[in-house]
Design a protein around this ligand. Structure first.
Ligand code: DAT
Ligand code: MG
Length: 151
């Protein structure tokens, strides 16, 4: 079982709409473990590093404007298959196509306001967790009920 750490951002629309707690609740209830959590303002420089793969695309400037518009909540979540479990909980990129029960499916209507970021794969997860969290902000702690979450 691969233990992964993934980066999640509750994007500015999620924070503005008061959905931070609801989104964290859904992710936390899966059994994934919070190892990093903070409210932060994303700079244009950090946004550029984070979304580098999209530079030059027609939606890129709007994407940087959006993610830097007001604070985000950044989470680092750890656990077996943390990346794919988080992506499943998020739903697909376009809220209109995201399944009911997913965060984007339940709370979104517009691809440009899709509420949440989650790392796409292991190499992105490593890069993104270290972009948003310094090593002293990542807490490795023991959970007393671990045996009731993983075998
Ligand atoms: P995801 O956030 O599901 O990983 P992505 O990495 O392909 O999706 O794109 C990053 C963000 O960019 C996405 O959450 C919303 C925005 N985006 C992607 N494709 C877009 C498009 N065709 N039009 C507008 N915004 C788009
Ligand atoms: Mg992505």
């Amino acid at each position: 079982m691969a233990i992964e750490t993934t980066l999640v951002l509750v994007k500015p629309d999620g924070v503005q709409r008061g959905l931070s707690g609801e989104i964290i609740r859904r992710l936390e209830q899966t059994g994934l473990k919070l190892v990093g959590l903070k409210l932060m303002q994303v700079s244009r420089e950090l946004a550029g590093k984070h979304y580098g793969e999209h530079e030059g695309k027609p939606f890129y400037n709007g994407l940087v404007d959006y993610i830097t518009a007001s604070p985000v909540v950044a989470l680092a979540l750890e656990g077996p298959n943390a990346i794919s479990i988080t992506r499943k909980m998020m739903g697909v990129t376009k809220p209109a196509e995201a399944a009911p029960g997913t965060i984007r499916g339940d709370f979104g209507v517009d691809i440009g306001r899709n509420l949440i970021h989650g790392s796409a794969n292991e190499s992105d997860a490593k890069r993104e967790v270290s972009l948003f969290f310094s090593s002293d902000e990542l807490l490795r702690w023991d959970r007393t009920n671990e045996g009731w979450i993983t075998e």
